[in-house]
Design a protein around this ligand. Structure first.
Ligand code: AMP
Ligand code: MN
Ligand code: MN
Ligand code: MN
Length: 278
């Protein structure tokens, strides 16, 4: 089964419109896709229409930004009802902090010598309510300041770099509750990304809180995971009896390490989360 259960469109910080994401997935042999824009389900209807036209399966998804003990963590919701009123209202509240955050980011970058980045980033954000770090990074690459998006993150936008500003997103328990309340399955996104700030016992505690809240899955295969990290998180998924998910986290050709539909396979003994997506 070629399943890709994590990707982005222009509705958040991807570079393809939802229908184009679906077409790319179809061209790349994907059989089951989830569009998981950050804090927004506005692209799921267009994705569903395109998938129907192509005879491909797509489930509505979302990737919710969470603050857990001052660390940003992402929780993917799979097969959520995009019309669920509580989910929609709560996601809107999470999004509502982004413009003010972006202004603070631009101020911080100005202090680091980079002027005019709010209007610059704004031009890259097709959905202005979803302006985020990727749009700042693309602006700084397009204006010739930095060679590529990764370098911008490494120098300016990663945690503790000059353009990073703390922000409080959703709480972990509430994000899981919104997903479950909308009929979805909550999946911990790209766990290896948290290891720098949550190690050993702290990472275990994150999963304790997540599963106690009703979280059921984990991305074992993720665009950001090395083969060693896949093995490490496969072990964790086995130990905790979590459903295993796989997603490219595709945003843009040349920017994302893994293309849509080009994830490595899950270790065969794990229970894939798509066994629950009927
Ligand atoms: P935000 O929600 O505004 O904090 O932006 C988070 C997004 O920035 C992620 O979903 C990725 O699209 C992008 N991102 C985060 N870290 C990196 C990185 N090291 N390299 C490239 N893109 C990154
Ligand atoms: Mn992103
Ligand atoms: Mn993420
Ligand atoms: Mn993502």
């Amino acid at each position: 089964m070629n399943a890709d259960l994590h990707c982005h469109s222009t509705v958040s910080d991807g570079c393809l419109e939802p229908a184009a994401v679906v077409r790319r997935a179809h061209d790349n042999g994907v059989e089951l896709l989830a569009l998981t824009d950050h804090d927004e389900v506005g692209g799921t209807a267009e994705a569903a229409r395109e998938a129907t036209a192509l005879g491909m399966r797509v489930v509505p998804g979302v990737e919710i930004s969470v603050t857990y003990r001052e660390v940003t963590v992402h929780v993917v919701g799979l097969d959520v009802d995009p019309e669920n009123p509580a989910l929609r209202a709560n996601l809107e509240r999470v999004r509502s902090g982004r413009e003010e955050r972006a202004r603070r980011m631009a101020d911080a970058l100005a202090r680091a010598g980079l002027a005019g980045t709010f209007s610059g980033a704004r031009r890259f954000a097709r959905n202005p309510a979803m302006i985020g770090r990727a749009h700042f990074a693309r602006h700084l690459v397009a204006s010739g300041v930095m060679p590529d998006v990764r370098t911008v993150f490494d120098h300016f936008l990663a945690h503790d770099k000059p353009g990073f500003v703390p922000h409080h997103w959703a709480d972990l328990e509430e994000a899981v509750e919104w997903i479950r309340g909308a009929g979805g399955i909550a999946v911990m996104a790209h766990p290896a990304r948290y290891c720098r700030r949550l190690s050993g016992a702290a990472l275990d505690r994150l999963f304790d809180v997540f599963t106690a809240a009703g979280g059921e899955g984990m991305e074992v295969v993720a665009g950001a995971h090395s083969p060693e990290e896949v093995q490490r998180f496969a072990t964790l998924a086995r130990r905790r009896g979590l459903l295993a998910s796989a997603g490219s986290d595709f945003h843009e050709e040349g920017e994302s390490p893994v293309d849509i539909g080009r994830c490595s396979p899950l270790p065969p003994d794990l229970e894939p989360v798509w066994s629950r997506l009927t």
